[in-house]
Design a protein around this ligand. Structure first.
Ligand code: RFL
Ligand code: PHB
Length: 387
């Protein structure tokens, strides 16, 4: 097989890259190790920056998002037994949209299928070769068990944090793990509030979010090595009520649990994001803890840049943008790393923190929700800084 851009991974990064390249007249093939059903159903991120929704609309992917997405003009921080709203729309005139990552992925798969895109699911044994030459190759076994070779002009490694691409890029790794994890629950229960609430409670962080008028999405800070078996549904609900209550009232309405899982919290950056003709994008190159809701948005930002750079390279033989791809992308990545780290440190209970550190943390929270300057800073980072 032959194509211009061989894309490894059908997550938001790989699928959107393929779509953007198609709009610019560039051919690609996406290979994915999971099944199409699995990829369409995988429950993950929920918050789209204003920059992301603008881009999705611009490239013809806004229709269902605008119909079903929930526009939020602010978020709340809950602590000291009260709700403190950060009003994005009043502060900076922008907002975010809650629209599940798997909905974006479904819209992308449907768009690629409509446009005759080549998406190969259930491949195995993916390996990249000859990335130092101008004819890199990807080898894999297809879903029928046949060995395949894909010869390309360029390879895009969009295969997430546990993929194979990053191993072929000599890089410096910046890695930070946090002494806690998130237990996430998707429940068939109507949200009782209209906006997301980030809760700081002495028993640990909790997050109230939603997916639709029928579905709530909730998270609890737990130990990093926590076993999900220790968290029967009753315990989860009891803990959510305790942490999120304001003046004795819990916003949480219980309902059947549709999905639950534990996510480790980590910050990671690989630099550079390129070696020869292999370019990394999204979680393959960097991850952030989910507290800032930045992961998928960063994947979108990377592939927006990469699609423009590859278009210049492959259509006009101009390599200036591609030469600066890694440096330019990493500027935004490090900003998001800083924001995610700040949000994570401010809102979680830090195991082992002494009494002094706890008071400093509370002082920081109180300042953040009472200063217009501090709230504006949270708002502009949360809704997405300009490209
Ligand atoms: P993905 O989505 O991991 O996709 C990579 C794809 O590559 C495939 N793959 C391979 N395919 C072929 N050959 C191989 N050898 C392969 N190895 C892997 C995988 O099967 C997969 O389909 O990476 P991508 O596209 O870079 O997208 C990144 C986002 O998925 C991620 O950053 C977000 O989900 C992070 N995240 C959030 N981001 C936000 O912007 N807002 C949020 O509110 C938000 N909340 C979250 C999150 C992530 C979470 N978890 C579960 C990690 C909340 C949680 C709980
Ligand atoms: C979600 O709705 O899944 C969600 C919301 C905000 C975050 C992370 C995840 O910071």
């Amino acid at each position: 097989m032959r194509t211009q851009v061989g894309i490894i991974g059908a997550g938001p990064a790989g699928l959107l890259l393929s779509h953007l390249l198609h709009l610019n007249g560039i051919e690609s093939v996406v290979i994915e190790e999971r099944s199409e059903d699995y990829v369409r159903q995988r429950v993950r991120a929920g918050v789209l920056e204003n920059t992301t929704t603008d881009l999705l609309r611009e490239v013809g992917l806004g229709e269902r998002m605008d119909r079903e997405g929930l526009v939020h003009g602010g978020v709340s921080f809950r602590f000291d037994g009260a709700d403190h709203r950060i009003a994005f729309e009043e502060l900076i005139g922008r907002n975010v949209t809650v629209y599940g990552q798997q909905e974006v992925v479904k819209d992308l798969i449907d768009a690629r299928n409509r446009d005759g895109g080549r998406l190969l699911f259930e491949v195995s044994g993916t390996a990249v070769h000859d990335i130092d030459t101008d004819r890199p190759r990807i080898t894999f076994t297809d879903s029928a068990g046949q060995p395949q070779e894909l010869v390309c002009d360029v390879v895009a490694g969009c295969d997430g944090f546990h993929g194979v691409s990053r191993k072929s890029v000599p890089h410096e790794a910046y890695d930070h793990t946090y002494p806690f994890a998130w237990l996430g629950v998707l429940a068939k229960a109507a949200p009782t509030r209209e906006e997301i609430a980030y809760t700081h409670h002495e028993r640990g962080f909790a997050l109230y979010s939603m997916r639709s008028p029928e579905i709530t999405r909730l998270y609890l800070q737990v130990a990093p090595d926590e076993d999900i078996a220790n968290w029967p549904d009753d315990r989860i609900w009891a803990e959510l009520h305790t942490r999120m209550a304001v003046a004795g009232e819990s916003p949480v309405l219980e309902g059947p649990v549709l999905d639950k899982g534990i996510t480790a919290m980590r910050s990671f950056v690989a630099t550079p994001m390129r070696h020869g003709r292999l370019f990394l994008a999204g979680d393959a190159a960097h991850i952030v803890p989910p507290t800032g809701a930045k992961g998928m948005n960063l994947a979108v930002a990377d592939v927006r840049l990469l699609s423009m750079a590859l278009t210049e390279l492959l259509r006009r033989n101009d390599s200036r943008l591609i030469e600066s791809y890694s440096d330019t992308a990493l500027r935004r990545v490090w900003r998001a790393e800083a924001f995610s780290w700040t949000m994570t440190s401010m809102l979680h209970v830090m195991p082992g923190a002494d009494a002094f550190q706890r008071q400093v943390q509370l002082a920081q929270l109180r300042y953040t929700v009472s200063s217009t300057a501090a709230m504006t800073s949270i708002a502009e980072n949360y809704v997405g800084l300009p490209w």
